[in-house]
Write a protein that binds this ligand. Structure first.
Ligand code: URA
Length: 422
């Protein structure tokens, strides 16, 4: 069918509802290059301003799935489940979560990406483990899921290529924040990945994409409705990202903290979120279990070792240590308020994150928090350590930390889970 891109853009500009055939045509022509970037960015802006109906969002998601390959795990001997986080500071949950869920016999195909900006990427974290390989063929993913039950690897370029192209365009045209575009982007990749069920962790707060409950709830509802309409059992948690998750932020540092959780310890917020998401993934897969058990009896840790070794990593290897460590001390007495975004910026500046796609990251860089949100501090107490291989980066990171740290008469810690949608 031949349509006109201009007519489709004008229809959305004038608040019309696009049909399935208009959306299919547009996404297919855009992927092949006959609808131009100028036209697509104009449509993206019209969508940001005027929104999309539930059926338009479903058609858009499906069109982006159809632009590439779709993985099929229906022949696996175990059910599949996955989770997606909208990203935050210190969010290492995928690392302990995948082996924990797999330790109950449910397969976790976690196709991940690298980080951009102040939130870290799961692959960057795992690449801090000596020998670990992110790239696997579809056959290797299938065989590891069958043998080990958990895979965390790079999503191949064949999954939802239309999304890849559109996301890069949104990034440079001020159209990232449109909920229909965010939701279809996330869900097209997760549905193409072929998981039977999905738990979404939608972060809310300064360190997150969504800064307030209202927009985060709207995004979560849209994500859950796309999943359900596509036959994927989907739940969502809205979780706090006003302050960092856990005490370690940075690639190797987050692997270390994940191993603490898998050893039965670790910070309570990281443990709580890991356990709650794991319990929901297991529930959606028909397994009734208390995930805390396999954290304390070592079964999740055994699965972690298998998962890392299967991808060439050495789970016993010591992690890289930074060449420079700078301490930050409290300059007064009081109660600590710690802002997620500022700590994320400090970690990024120290070398844990990248400025643009393709930049390299430092494995050992990041921030270790000795005091966290809501804790009492006295003047002179050690608050945090800044880790980096590049000494010149310390000054800027100290300024980020100074802005992020407030010692006040009162502070409290919100519960990590703010709302659940099933
Ligand atoms: N993550 C995605 O994959 N897509 C978006 O649009 C935003 C976050």
């Amino acid at each position: 069918m031949t349509l006109s891109a201009v007519e489709v853009i004008v229809k959305k500009r004038d608040r019309g509802e696009l049909t399935k055939s208009e959306i299919d045509w547009l996404i297919s022509e855009y992927t092949q290059g006959s609808v131009t970037d100028e036209q697509m960015s104009s449509l993206a802006m019209a969508i940001l301003l005027n929104g999309m109906s539930r059926s338009e969002i479903n058609h858009l998601t499906q069109a982006m799935i159809d632009s590439g390959e779709r993985m099929d795990f229906s022949n696996l001997s175990r059910p599949t489940t996955d989770k997606h986080s909208t990203g935050g500071v210190g969010d290492k949950i995928t690392l302990p979560l995948a082996p924990l869920v797999a330790s109950y016999g449910v397969a976790v195909p976690q196709l991940s990406g690298r980080g951009l900006g102040h939130t870290g990427g799961t692959l960057d974290k795992l690449e801090a483990i000596p020998g670990w390989q992110a790239s696997l063929s579809n056959e290797q993913i299938f065989s590891q899921l069958e043998k080990v039950g958990a895979v965390i690897c790079a999503a191949g370029s064949g999954l939802a290529p239309a999304d890849k192209k559109l996301y890069a365009l949104r990034d440079v045209t001020g159209t990232v924040e449109a909920i229909p575009l965010i939701a279809s982007s996330i869900m097209s990749k997760k549905i193409a990945e072929g998981t039977a069920s999905l738990v979404l962790d939608v972060k809310v707060g300064s360190g997150a994409f969504m800064k307030d409950m209202e927009s985060a709830s709207q995004l979560a509802e849209t994500l859950v409705s796309i999943g359900k309409d596509s036959g994927v059992k989907t739940s969502a948690f809205l979780t706090d990202m006003s302050t960092p998750l856990g005490r370690k932020i940075g690639n190797a540092l987050e692997v270390e903290e994940s191993v603490e959780v898998l050893s039965g310890g670790g910070p309570e917020d990281v443990v709580e979120l890991t356990v709650q998401i794991a319990a929901e993934m297991l529930r959606l897969s028909g397994v009734d279990a208390d995930p805390r058990e396999n954290l304390s009896n070592g079964k999740a840790m055994d699965k972690w070792r298998e998962m890392i070794s299967a991808q060439g990593g050495d789970p016993e290897a010591s992690m890289a240590k930074a060449k420079h460590v700078e301490q930050i001390h409290a300059d007064s007495d009081g109660s600590l308020n710690l802002d997620a975004l500022g700590v994320g910026m400090a970690s990024w500046r120290l070398g844990a994150g990248r400025e643009k796609q393709g930049d390299s990251v430092q494995s050992a860089a990041g921030v270790v928090l000795h005091k966290t949100q809501g804790e009492k501090v006295s003047s002179g107490d050690l608050l945090a350590e800044l880790h980096t291989d590049t000494e010149e980066k310390i000054q800027g990171a100290k300024q980020d930390m100074a802005k992020a740290t407030k010692i006040e008469s009162e502070s409290s810690r919100m519960s990590i889970i703010l709302k659940e949608l099933r």
